[in-house]
Write a new protein. Structure first.
Length: 438
C-alpha cells in the first residue's frame, strides 16, 4: 500500500515558526543597532559641547596671554597646561569620531607655537609698537586653532550626526515595516490554527489507516518468511552444491587416473593427464567458491596460486621456475573464472612440457588487468625457447589451441602471440580494442 502524499499545508506551521523566529531575530538585531546609533549620536552631541567648551578655553588662554603681557602676572603656564589637558582628554575620549585625530595634532602644534610666542613676548619688554608683530602672529595662531575646532565641528555634524541620524531614520522605517509584517504574521497564525485542527483530524484518520496497513504488512511478511528460504539457508545450499560439484569432479579425475593405469602408450597417457588437469582447473573453481565468503565473487589471486601450484606438481621438471604473476583483478564470478582457468591451464601446461627443455631456469608469466565489466587484458606464457615457427603459432589442428580460442570467445577476447622471447599469448577484450580504435 502506497502512503498518501502529504499536502503542502502540512509544512505551513513549521514555515510559520521559522518565519516568526526570523522576525524575532531581526527585531532584536534592529533594536541593538538602533541603540548603538543612539549611543553614537549622544556621544557626538557631547563632543560638540566639549568642542564648544574647548573654543571657550582658547578664548580664555588668549585673554590670559594679554593680561600677562600687560600686567606681568605670569598666569599663562597654568592656563596653558589646563588647555593642553583638555585637548588631550577630548582627543582620547572621542578618538573614533570624525576629525578628532587631526584636531588633536593641529591644536598641540598651535599651542606649542603660541607658548613660544608668549615666552618671547614676556622676555622682551618694550613699547606696544614693538610688541605688535608678535601679537599679530599670536592672534593668527589662535584664529587657526579656533578654525580647526570649527572644521572638526562641521565634520562631526556632517559625517557623524548627519549620517547617524539618516541611518536611524532608516532603522525607524524598517521598524515600521517589521511591525506591519508582525501584524500580517499574526493573521497567518490565526489562519494556521484552523488549518492545524483540520490536519489533526486528517492525521488521526491516516494513523488508523497506517495501523491497518502495518498489520496487513506484518501478516504478509510472516507468510512470506514461512514460504521462502532465508538468505543464510540459500548460501548454505549453494555452498553445498559447489562442494558436491567439486567432489563429483574429483571422482571424474579418479576415474580418468584409473583409466590411465590401463594404458601404456605415452601419447595416450599424456592426453589423459591433460584431461585430469582440465578437470582439476574446473574443480578448483568450485572449491574456491564454497570456501569464499561471497559466493558471487571468487578471489582470483588465491585461485591462480593454487592452479599454478597444482600444474607444477603435475608436470615434474628439473628446471627452476620463477613465477611472474601480476593480478590486478581482485575477484571474478564463476562464469568468468572457469574459462579463464582452463585457458591458463592449457597455456601453462604447454610451457611446462615444451618451453624449458635444456634450460636450468625459466619464468612462468601470468598478467591480468581490467575487470569483467569493462573487459580483461591478459598476458599468459613463458620466457622459454619459443615456438619453432611463429607463423603457425595457432596450429588449427591442435585440440589445446582450439580449446584456447573457444574459451577466449566465451570471455569476449581475441588471442594473439606477443612479440619477444619465449611464448606469451595476449588476450585482449573486444571492448578494449574498440576503445583503442575510437
Amino acid at each position: 500500500m502506497v502512503p498518501a502524499r502529504r499536502p503542502p499545508s502540512h509544512f505551513l506551521p513549521l514555515a510559520a515558526v521559522v518565519l516568526a523566529s526570523a522576525f524575532i531575530v531581526y527585531g532584536v538585531v534592529l533594536i541593538s543597532r538602533s541603540r548603538q546609533l543612539q549611543h553614537k549620536i549622544t556621544k557626538e552631541v557631547h563632543l560638540l559641547d566639549d568642542l564648544s567648551k574647548l573654543g571657550g578655553s582658547l578664548t580664555q588662554v588668549t585673554l590670559t596671554h594679554r593680561m600677562d603681557v600687560g600686567t606681568r602676572q605670569y598666569l599663562w603656564p597654568a592656563e596653558l597646561e589646563k588647555v593642553n589637558a583638555t585637548i588631550a582628554r577630548t582627543g582620547e575620549t572621542y578618538a573614533a569620531s570624525p576629525g578628532m585625530s587631526e584636531l588633536q595634532q593641529a591644536l598641540a602644534l598651535l599651542m606649542h607655537q603660541a607658548d613660544s610666542l608668549h615666552a618671547n613676548a614676556m622676555a622682551h619688554q618694550g613699547k606696544w609698537s614693538e610688541q605688535r608683530p608678535n601679537e599679530v602672529v599670536f592672534s593668527f595662531i589662535m584664529q587657526r586653532a579656533q578654525q580647526a575646532i570649527d572644521r572638526t565641528t562641521r565634520r562631526v555634524h556632517e559625517q557623524g550626526l548627519g549620517t547617524h541620524t539618516a541611518t536611524l531614520s532608516d532603522r525607524w522605517d524598517e521598524a515600521q515595516l517589521l511591525l506591519l509584517a508582525a501584524c500580517l504574521l499574526a493573521i497567518v497564525f490565526a489562519w494556521l490554527v484552523g488549518v492545524s485542527n483540520k490536519l489533526l483530524r486528517e492525521s488521526r484518520t491516516r494513523s488508523e489507516q497506517l495501523d491497518t496497513a502495518k498489520r496487513n504488512l506484518e501478516q504478509a511478511n510472516k507468510e512470506l518468511r514461512e514460504t521462502m528460504l532465508s538468505k543464510e539457508e540459500k548460501e548454505v545450499m549453494l555452498k553445498e552444491i559447489h562442494h558436491r560439484v567439486k567432489n563429483n569432479l574429483q571422482i571424474v579425475k579418479s576415474l580418468i587416473r584409473f583409466q590411465m593405469d590401463q594404458v601404456s602408450d605415452p601419447k595416450t597417457t599424456e592426453l589423459f593427464n591433460e584431461c585430469v588437469n582440465r578437470v582439476s582447473a574446473m574443480a578448483l573453481v568450485h572449491e574456491q567458491t564454497y570456501l569464499s565468503k561471497d559466493l558471487a565473487n571468487v578471489d582470483v589471486n588465491s585461485y591462480l596460486s593454487h592452479l599454478t601450484r597444482d600444474l607444477c606438481y603435475a608436470y615434474t621438471i628439473d628446471t627452476k621456475l620463477h613465477m611472474d604473476i601480476r593480478i590486478n583483478v581482485p575477484t571474478m564470478g564463476v562464469d568468468t573464472l572457469i574459462p579463464l582457468g582452463l585457458i591458463i591451464n592449457e597455456i601453462i601446461s604447454n610451457s611446462l612440457k615444451y618451453a624449458f627443455k635444456g634450460r636450468r631456469e625459466g619464468t612462468i608469466i601470468v598478467h591480468i588487468d581490467g575487470d569483467e565489466q569493462s573487459g580483461l587484458h591478459m598476458r599468459i606464457g613463458d620466457d622459454g625457447v619459443g615456438l619453432p615457427d611463429r607463423s603457425k603459432w595457432d596450429r588449427p589442428n591442435s585440440l589445446g589451441m582450439d580449446l584456447i580460442h573457444t574459451l577466449a570467445g566465451q570471455l569476449d577476447t581475441t588471442v594473439e602471440l606477443a612479440a619477444g622471447p619465449g611464448t606469451v599469448y595476449e588476450l585482449v577484450s573486444m571492448q578494449e580494442r574498440r576503445r583503442k580504435r575510437a
